[in-house]
Design a protein around this ligand. Structure first.
Ligand code: SF4
Ligand code: SF4
Length: 450
């Protein structure tokens, strides 16, 4: 699991391009217990797979003792720990070395230093150099993340050369995106846009949890909106939010097709004029669609239709064939439902079998497996044959139950095969659908757990 924790909104700087409007005046933060709890949940949900935790904010170094504790906790969990800073603390070479040495000893694996013309109003570039150099000296890999404006005096190559000479292992130069600090604007020619709609797929998602517990699909500027929301970590278990990253319709579309899929749907609805003719990056188009009052609902509808179609495919391929037999002379049917987020970002209540529906089913003498999928595509399967049968006033013989269990065994074999492929590192992107099926299989194998 890849988890990004934006654990505090407080920052020493007030950069004009800061999309989350962080600054010295902000006090929102996750508590120590909440941070540790989320990290523990992440470790548990990783099931032995690599766990990467990135710490960001705000400025994580402002509470250095807490940062050390968090890093040490991550190390104890076996996590690969990274952190982002603006390097304000590198006031001298000795201080920079001492700080990074302590963090490395605590268990930090990587440090990213963010810089830009905006940062330089608060943090002298000399401090960035010192921090990069100190990282090299103490053996802590450091990288530079540089936000670039069109009118910057240095081009990307010059920045890259400067940072590498200072000690950076990696350099990423990003074009500034039009999601700035509240109230800030930039001349339109500061954005380095290219003509046409970007056709790339989503370059990288990670479960991002902010200081208010809200979780999102990535931490890019402009990404904190209902379309890319995964829920709230104070309300739902992290595992469930993380499932949304893999099984949510929006996320699967972005991963498999890219935001262009939504852009084409917008054009097909006659709203293409709302799209820009040029974008800085695929992420700008993604967040533009996700924050536009007309385009965002279209994208949400497309995502919902994708989930419904996928759910019916899963039912056909897994639950359908497995239950396509009459049991005790009773036709077994499957029914899929899903709940989506409303555009307000609030989740609808999980669908339940209504009294009227139960009565109808009872009259039709149909046993129905109600498969519920929430936004994270988490399947809820009522699969206790005797209990369900009793609920609908049916009598199941042991033979009927055996027939169900036999079907379950077939599904289990299939699930194990898919699981093995995933463990062997086969193309995971191609297996997302099959992993969805594992969710169904999990439900079948552990009916009590739902
Ligand atoms: S961009 Fe980073 S350094 Fe600047 S105000 Fe925001 S959190 Fe602080
Ligand atoms: S494409 Fe969208 S979801 Fe993917 S990283 Fe960019 S902004 Fe985030």
């Amino acid at each position: 699991m890849k988890l990004s924790l934006m654990f505090s909104a407080r920052c020493n700087a007030r950069c004009a391009h800061c999309s989350t409007s962080c600054g010295p005046h902000r006090t929102e933060a996750l508590s120590r217990e909440q941070i540790f709890g989320l990290m523990d949940q992440a470790a548990e949900a990783s099931h032995g797979e690599p766990l990467r935790i990135g710490l960001t904010g705000g400025e994580p170094f402002l509470d250095f003792p807490l940062l050390l504790e968090i890093v040490a906790h991550g190390k104890a969990l076996g996590a690969d720990m990274g952190c982002v800073t603006n390097a304000y603390w590198a006031t001298s070479d000795d201080k920079a070395r001492a700080v990074l040495s302590e963090l490395k000893d605590a268990g930090l694996n990587r440090l990213a230093i963010s810089a830009s013309r905006f940062h330089q109003m608060y943090v002298n570039r000399r401090r960035v150099e010192r921090a990069l150099n100190a990282g090299r000296q103490v053996g802590l890999p450091c990288g530079l993340k540089y936000v670039h404006l069109r009118s910057d005096p240095e081009d990307e190559r010059t920045i890259d050369a400067w940072a590498r000479a200072a000690g950076a292992r990696h350099v990423e130069v990003f074009p500034v995106l039009p999601h700035l600090r509240e109230g800030e604007v930039l001349p339109v020619d500061e954005y380095r846009r290219r003509p046409g709609l970007p056709t790339q797929r989503c370059p990288g998602m990670l479960t991002t949890v902010g200081w208010d517990g809200e979780a999102y699909t990535c931490c890019n500027p402009g990404a904190f909106n209902p379309l890319l929301s995964l829920g709230n970590a104070h309300v739902s278990p992290l595992r469930e939010l993380h499932d949304g990253l893999y099984f949510g319709g929006t996320q699967q579309i972005l991963r498999e097709h890219g935001p262009i899929h939504f852009a084409r749907a917008v054009q097909a609805r006659g709203e293409g004029a709302r799209l820009r003719r040029d974008y800085t990056s695929v992420c700008e188009m993604c967040t533009h669609i996700a924050t536009d009052p007309v385009m965002a609902p279209i994208a949400a509808e497309v995502s919902e239709a994708f989930e419904v179609q996928q759910l019916s495919e899963i039912l056909d391929r897994v639950v359908g064939p497995a239950t396509a037999t009459d049991i005790g002379g009773i036709p077994v049917t499957c029914e899929g439902r899903h709940s989506m987020k409303k555009s307000s970002g609030k989740k609808r209540s999980t669908p339940k079998i209504s009294a009227a529906k139960a009565k109808k089913l009872k009259e039709r003498r149909e046993l129905s497996f109600m498969v519920f999928s929430d936004r994270g595509f988490r399947m809820r399967l009522l699969r206790n044959p005797k209990k369900v049968a009793a609920e609908f006033g049916l009598n199941f013989t042991d033979k009927d139950v055996e027939a169900l269990l036999a079907a379950r065994d077939d599904i289990k074999a299939y699930g194990e095969a898919v699981d093995t492929l995933v463990r062997l590192g086969k193309n995971v992107n191609d297996l997302w659908r099959d992993r969805n099926m594992i969710m169904v299989i999990d439900g079948l194998l552990d009916p009590g757990g739902w």
